[in-house]
Design a protein around this ligand. Structure first.
Ligand code: B1M
Length: 209
């Protein structure tokens, strides 16, 4: 797979080219997960590096995110699909104060593909809204994403709220770039994954536990 061309298209903020190159690679038999990891996520890592270096600013990050969205629309249906259905309900969202949704959307997509009912609350979600939705949909897991170090405290608050107000059957699953296994353990989260595929395995073990 020629990842560089796709990475360049994202870095040129070219939505159409990103989508077309992915279509071409899929037609030629490339693996959808390889395209995701080696091209799209790699491109966003490069965007992050350029932002840190002061070469990109927020508008550039946003335009790159739109190119990534265009690519994900093509890729989504090709990501691994499981035939075993409705294994549980998962409420997911990005915590309050945080508007990053690409990783969260990816996790939601993979969970859905794996056969879970996913209730996506979007971004900037308050802890009250997480708990209310978990009750309303009789969820098994509340899944939280955070991309900013400043919103890690909010993630901790949601996990604490679930622990305090739920009898113990509702599990919490956390992830996002600044989240580490030790942070997750420290705030008392039931599960953590560094990536979307791992979130599916973690959900599986939390629900069957
Ligand atoms: Co923002 N941003 N951003 N940004 N942005 C980061 C996160 C940053 C690391 C860039 C940098 O400095 N190098 C930095 C955070 C620094 C920090 O706190 N550690 C940053 C900053 C500072 C900001 C602003 C504050 C900038 C400003 O305004 N001055 C601002 C904050 C706005 C807000 O949220 N309140 C901001 C804004 C934005 C945009 C809106 C422009 C845009 C987001 C668009 C969108 O999401 N719709 C944006 C983007 C695009 C990025 C980068 C470049 C890319 C993020 C991304 O989509 N990655 C990012 C740099 C980077 O991450 N390399 C950056 C691809 C995505 C697939 O990965 O989300 O990590 P990720 O998800 C992964 C894993 O983390 C994991 O699985 C996913 C797939 O493998 N995962 C989970 C995620 N959630 C999970 C949940 C799980 C399990 C796994 O279980 C439930």
């Amino acid at each position: 797979m020629e990842a560089k061309a796709i990475i360049d298209a994202v870095l040129d903020f070219d939505q159409e080219k990103t989508a077309q190159l992915i279509r071409d690679h899929l037609d030629q038999g490339a693996d959808a997960l390889a395209i995701l990891d080696q091209a799209l996520i790699a491109a966003m890592d490069e965007v992050g590096r350029q932002f840190s270096a002061g070469d990109f600013f927020v508008p550039e990050m946003l335009m790159a995110a739109e190119a990534m969205h265009a690519g994900l629309e093509v890729l989504g249906p090709h990501l691994a699909r499981s035939d075993i259905k409705a294994k549980g309900t998962i409420v997911i969202g990005t915590v309050m104060g945080d508007n990053h949704d690409i990783g969260k959307n990816l996790v939601a997509m993979m969970l859905e593909c794996a056969g879970y009912r996913v209730i996506d609350l979007g971004v900037n979600v308050s802890k009250g809204k997480f708990l209310a939705a978990a009750k309303k949909y009789q969820a098994h897991i509340v899944a939280l994403s955070a991309l900013l170090t400043t919103t890690l405290a909010e993630m901790e608050a949601v996990v604490a709220d679930v622990r305090a107000k739920d009898g113990g059957s509702l599990k919490t699953l956390v992830g996002g770039a600044p989240v580490t296994a030790s942070f997750a353990a420290g705030i008392g989260a039931d599960g953590y994954s560094p990536d979307a595929a791992g979130a599916v395995s973690m959900a599986r073990s939390l629900i069957s536990a």
